[in-house]
Design a protein around this ligand. Structure first.
Ligand SMILES: [Zn+2]
Length: 275
């Protein structure tokens, strides 16, 4: 069974890179066990989540686009190695087929397959693609004093600079007539979501605006690695309200795979429900 869905004329295919465990206590240190009680159904018997890391493949106006590139297969202490290229190939998508690579932000689990090793160099994994990144996000992570201390920025972000394939854009950039970036700061300085509007239908790839479905109900719950937790909560509340009003599909890349769902109302409570 395919996980592919459509929003108007845009096709959307989630493809996983790898999975990773998530611990409520580590991710949400400010949330008590008691507050978690209504959400036990999201946890396994050990009280942890299973999180996905991967990409969404969009086809719009004859172009093939990836939203985020996962963790990659470069050895990283404490992280699994991903298999996104193999999983894309299994879905019939080869590196040369990709026209656009968009990163919602520049964290380790969203840029991993931006590059691959060729001899002594890191080169774009998608040789024909334009790489689209918000300019403010790029400038934050590639600032010399910061980049110098972060291995993944050196191997999966900075090498894009001299390729001629990098497009640094505003956070409201229109990628195609059907796909637009939506500013969603807080998790990182210039994190963006990706809005798909086509044929009267809407979908939103939310990136790390939320890591877990429960955050779409409890919009105040920011994760420990939101750089500005207060701003992240403000952003989340506003976008959740907007998506509910618009009847938008809500696509969560870290939600249990494939992360395709919508917002539903159960009394006063708004919840994310898988399709
Ligand atoms: Zn992430």
């Amino acid at each position: 069974m395919s996980n592919q869905l459509t929003a108007g004329n845009v096709t959307i295919l989630p493809v996983s890179d790898t999975g990773i465990g998530g611990s409520p206590a580590y991710m949400f240190p400010q949330v008590s066990a008691e507050q978690w009680e209504p959400y036990r159904h999201w946890m396994n018997e050990r009280g942890n989540f299973r999180m996905n890391i991967g990409t969404y493949v969009l086809r719009s106006g004859g172009r093939t686009m990836l939203v985020d590139t996962g963790l990659g297969d470069k050895p990283r202490a404490g992280y699994p190695q991903g298999a996104l290229l193999a999983n894309l190939a299994a879905a019939g998508i080869m590196p040369d087929d990709v026209d656009i690579v968009l990163c919602t932000h520049l964290h380790i689990d969203h840029v991993g397959w931006n590059t691959v090793r060729k001899g002594d160099a890191w080169v774009p994994a998608f040789p024909r693609a334009r790489y689209i990144i918000a300019r403010t996000e790029w400038e934050y992570w590639t600032a010399p004093e910061r980049a110098a201390t972060i291995d993944y920025v050196q191997d999966s972000v900075l090498p894009l600079a001299d390729t001629g394939q990098l497009d640094l854009v505003e956070e409201t950039h229109r990628v195609t007539s059907e796909i637009t970036l939506v500013p969603a700061p807080g998790h990182t300085p210039a994190h963006v979501c990706v809005a798909i509007v086509s044929g009267g239908e809407r979908a939103m790839i939310i990136g790390d605006m939320a890591h877990h479905p429960v955050q779409l109900t409890e919009t105040e719950w920011s994760v420990a690695f939101d750089l500005d937790p207060r701003q992240a909560a403000v952003t989340r509340a506003a976008l959740v309200e907007q998506m509910e009003r618009d009847g938008s599909l809500v696509l969560g890349g870290h939600f249990p795979f494939p992360g395709l769902g919508r917002l539903v109302r159960l009394g006063e409570r708004r919840s994310w429900q898988a399709l």
